[in-house]
Design a protein around this ligand. Structure first.
Ligand code: ZN
Length: 259
């Protein structure tokens, strides 16, 4: 894999060496702007990756370092990169408030607070391209984990619905390749979650059930190694449905039922 890939006149990408089942090919670090660059998601505090980011920055100055969210595959590299460049690290809610505009190097980034994967998650619209840096709200080639209590399915689906109204030209995800048909990808994500929600409701038709029983019914085709993640997702759906008054239940360990 080449060290640095140019994706557009304003956007370059480097991939951190942290490939895994949870991170796909690794975390994407983006450099946005010319001459004065904004770094999005430096990734893990991997010395080799930080050096490659610094090489790619070259003689340019770093306007700021942005984090889409605080997870360990996106954020820890910010501190060493900040101490090497002097650039500030901006996160939600302090500097990255919804609607904030950040410009530099010919690029204007608009902050969208898009909770769901985590409560602190933001996405960034590059106005010059109508392109979205989606962090882990949308990734290429798979779904993302929505795990309570910080993950919130109602918030997640609302964030997707908000993006569906943004008329985006492309998505630069936190993991994987550029998504060139954003409207389709967002609709597919929403369809998938709505289908799971229907499956959770259908699985409760037979009577009250605990989460592992629901997982066994709904995810029969999925390898058992993934049932732990599936349980978090089912829990997230149940909490959304409870807030809507459609199911009743207490926690991950006790039975849930339809209302
Ligand atoms: Zn991630």
């Amino acid at each position: 894999m080449p060290v640095e890939v140019r994706l557009s006149p304003l956007v370059r990408r480097l991939v951190a060496p942290n490939a895994s089942p949870m991170t796909g090919g690794g975390t994407n670090t983006y450099l946005v702007g010319v001459g004065r660059v904004t770094v999005i998601d430096p990734g893990p505090a991997d010395p080799g990756h930080i050096e490659r980011i610094l090489e790619a920055i070259g003689d340019a100055t770093v306007a700021r370092i942005l984090l889409t969210h605080g997870h360990p595959d996106h954020a820890p590299g910010a501190r060493p990169l900040s101490s090497r460049t002097g650039a500030a690290v901006l996160t939600h809610p302090f500097a990255l408030r919804d609607g904030a505009l950040l410009s530099g190097g010919g690029a204007t980034l608009e902050v969208l607070h898009t909770p769901g994967h985590t409560s602190d998650h933001v996405s960034l619209v590059l106005r010059e391209e109508r392109a979205l840096f989606s962090g882990d709200l949308i990734v290429a080639g798979s779904t993302v984990v929505v795990a309570p209590p910080d993950g919130d399915m109602a918030a997640y689906m609302a964030s997707l619905e908000r993006l569906a109204r943004e008329r985006l030209s492309r998505i630069y995800p936190g993991h994987g390749e550029v998504i060139v048909r954003p409207a389709e990808a967002i609709e597919q994500y929403l369809r998938h979650r709505r289908m799971r929600e229907e499956q959770v409701l259908a699985a409760l038709e037979a009577g009250p059930a605990r989460i592992p029983e629901l997982v066994a019914r709904i995810y029969a085709e999925v390898p058992a190694a993934l049932h732990g993640l599936a349980a978090q997702s089912v829990h997230a759906h149940l909490l959304k449905l409870r807030a809507e008054g459609r199911v009743a239940g207490t926690d991950a360990a006790s039975p849930w039922r339809r209302l």
